[in-house]
Design a protein around this ligand. Structure first.
Ligand code: URA
Length: 291
């Protein structure tokens, strides 16, 4: 029986119970998780069909120019929120990352406001992100939230995403526990059309690439020290590369308590705020002055 037919059958059983006066049913959390997956898969399938129909139409309208292939994904929806939701449903079913066999199964897409002026991009979800299905919620994420707060921003007011939409597996992923690893170039490339399409939908004023891996995934090569402190361009959007929040956490073990790394990130964030047209107070400008 297909997942859709099973969901329909379940709906009928629940409806029967409701007619008999039941107002609650006990559901095993594991089954609830499976039901949610069915719903996500159905949405992804519907989004794929709509996209295929649109692609077919545009193929009929505009003959393809030889050698020109857009890396962007065509996605339907009448608002940014709807487009991002449809794109996330498509990522759930995307064949390329799954075909690699090196990524774990849970898809983690993005969080925050699709109408935001600021978009932050990391490399891939880790243990905590996979557990909560949300980017940047582990220790590095908590540090990122603090940086945003210092900038005068709530997490919900920016858009946060990752290049790789699945947690990279270690030794097949079976007994990985809390261990994480950075995504490979192939893993990021397999997911790249998604982040490029997110950028195209959001069109933020500024992008921040968090760490060298994310920067390289977006095509900005070099150590963070050599590429930070100036704007690059990704899909026409000014893009700042800065140290990953987990680098700041590690640098707190250094003799200076991480001051150098923190001051560098803050200098980058002041440039980002300026570029985004955000107000900057004298106190914010002075955070690391004279330290
Ligand atoms: N590191 C990342 O790059 N992304 C996350 O979502 C979490 C940690």
């Amino acid at each position: 029986m297909s997942a859709t037919a099973a969901a329909q059958l379940l709906r009928e059983v629940l409806e029967q119970k409701r007619r008999k006066g039941a107002s609650h049913v006990r559901v095993d959390p594991e089954d609830l998780y499976k039901l949610r997956r069915v719903k996500q898969q159905d949405a992804a399938r519907a989004a794929r069909v709509r996209t295929e129909e649109r692609q077919e139409l545009s193929r009929m309208e505009e003959p393809e120019v030889a050698g020109e292939k857009s890396p962007l994904i065509e996605v339907g929806g009448s608002s940014r929120e709807e487009k991002i939701a449809n794109l996330a449903a498509m990522a759930e079913e995307a064949p390329a990352p799954r075909a690699l066999g090196t990524l774990r199964g849970t898809m983690v897409f993005s969080v925050g406001d699709p109408n935001a002026q600021l978009m932050l991009i990391g490399e891939a979800p880790g243990f905590e992100e996979e557990r909560q299905s949300e980017p940047f919620v582990g220790p590095a994420g908590q540090r990122l939230t603090k940086i945003l707060k210092a900038m005068g921003l709530e997490r919900s007011k920016v858009y946060i995403s990752n290049i790789c939409k699945f947690r990279p597996a270690i030794d097949g992923g079976g007994k990985q526990g809390t261990k994480n690893r950075a995504p490979t170039k192939a893993e990021m490339d397999a997911c790249l059309p998604f982040i490029l399409t997110e950028i195209d939908i959001i069109r933020p004023k500024v992008i921040v690439a968090l760490g060298r891996t994310a920067a390289e995934g977006l095509g900005i090569e070099g150590s963070v020290a050599s590429v930070r402190g100036k704007f690059h361009e990704v899909n026409g959007i000014p893009t700042m590369v800065t140290y990953h929040p987990s680098y700041i956490l590690r640098s707190e073990q250094d003799a200076d308590g991480g001051l150098k790394a923190k001051a560098a990130v803050w200098a980058d964030m002041l440039m980002v705020m300026d570029q985004a047209g955000m107000p900057i107070s004298a106190k914010q400008r002075a955070y690391f002055k004279g330290k």
